[in-house]
Ligand binder design. Sequence first.
Ligand code: DOR
Ligand code: ZN
Length: 351
Amino acid sequence: MPTISQDKITLRKGDDFHLHLRDGGAMQSVLPHTARSFARALVMPNLKPPITTVAEAEAYQKRILNALPERSVFCPLMSLYLTEKTTGDEIRRAKQSDSVHAVKLYPAGATTNSESGVRTLEALYPIFETMQEVDLPLLIHGEVVDRDVDIFDREKVFLDVGLLPLTKEFPELRIVLEHITTKNAVEFIEAAHPRVAATVTAHHLLLNRNALFEGGVRPHHFCLPILKRERDRESLVRAVTSQNPKFFAGTDSAPHAQHAKESACGCAGIYTAFGALELYCEVFDEAHALGALEAFTSEFGARFYGLPLNEEKISLVKKENPIPISYRMGDDFVVPLRAGGNLKWRLEERD
Ligand code: DOR
Ligand code: ZN
């Protein structure tokens, strides 16, 4: 049980079940931000080229472990990038490996580095069959990519044309609909069979689509799936504070170099790893639901993935905490969410 007073909460250290760490110098820069407040993170495989085999995932995991600051205890959980060439043997190898915990499906063209993704779900039914048989979770970027579907409807349409048939065809397959953004997705997950869950980001809990155009175009609020309406945001807050184990934390912290976002064709992704736990805490506090935070950050996801709960405790205090205008990221800079503003909570650092 968490201990909670008005301005301090102590809870079990949690896990970020959806994180982009990138590689090389960029990874070296952003990794300490997550390792500070989460015990484990499920690392997304959309590198260039993508991580499609267990051998690549294991090598990537080693690079992450080698990049950790000294004395930092953090476990990267790896995922494979599903392509139309993925084999059943690779799925079985993934299940056997201690490193790989899930397989990620990107519809081709849906988002950053998704070119090697999947064009038709049906082509992958034999792979889903194997994943169901060995019980390896399928993580889905749930958006259709058809140009004639409005960008704000892409998640909703995917629920009907992609996810619903999939959950019917594979009732035992563990599925995570990643970074959900709509009331429709909340209702879908609530109604689906118990093996279907969802991650929710801090930015989709804090912002609605007005944030994209506050006084001008705001590239640092552009992510995919794109921010939605206020009623969608409210529905997400209700879902995560409802103590339903189908909804758990996955930040989708997605760092891009400042110049790549502040551009005529800026990349999708919001950088939150520097303060994701504090931001989640703010959401739960403002919803008068601090008592539900620990289950969301530290229990439901671990249970879904069959992992032990972390033993370590951490504390957050309600105290303003300034956010820099940028962080160094390799040879570049990354602009964090709410750059130059404040976090409302602060992690108590250990001696
Ligand atoms: O905004 C996003 N950024 N959405 C994604 O799905 C990918 C991510 C990235 O890798 O930058
Ligand atoms: Zn992502």
